[in-house]
Design a protein around this ligand. Sequence first.
Ligand code: 5GP
Length: 190
Amino acid sequence: MELLKNKILSSGKVLGEKVLKVDSFLNHQIDVELFNEIGKEFRRRFEKKHITKILTIEASGIGIACITAQYFNVPVVFAKKHEGSNMDKETYESEVFSFTKDKSYKIKVSKKYIDSKDKVLIIDDFLANGNAAAGLIDIVTQANAEVSGVGIVIEKGFQDGRKIIEDKKIQLESLAIIKSMDEGKIIFEN
Ligand code: 5GP
């Protein structure tokens, strides 16, 4: 997706060797026009899948998931990382190791919002080692629902996430795939 790649090149900042900071359009300030194009592109790529629900993880996935959901006319469910007093007692849970925070945390989804009839599209902002996506896949599997696909805005192709998802025979669509970020220079695969 050229628009997204150009935005990454013009506004992305490489931190260290493996982290891309895209706060100016994706993770802090949000470029809604770009999100609309991202939503349309996910719709195009998963058009044939009869999606009934989009699942993401708080917080950065929510904006992308909501705009994308408008093109599928389905609800969005987001996995919660923080336990609130108003969380339902009956939940699906999974453990996720955070790439950016270097520690594990639990994610939870109320059993009310995914069931065995659902065909779920998982959406997230980044794919690194695939832990967040694997946790979301685990939750859909616990609900006996179908994982219809995983849609990622930015994949870091030099990390292991793709293999984890493809080994489960799940369709993975990443709109920008970064091949390398050596010395701060971003090179794309696609
Ligand atoms: P994974 O679970 O695939 O290792 O990492 C994906 C999650 O970590 C995403 O939900 C995203 O929030 C965060 N993440 C991983 N790598 C990056 C990165 O380079 N930049 C940003 N902004 N977030 C990242």
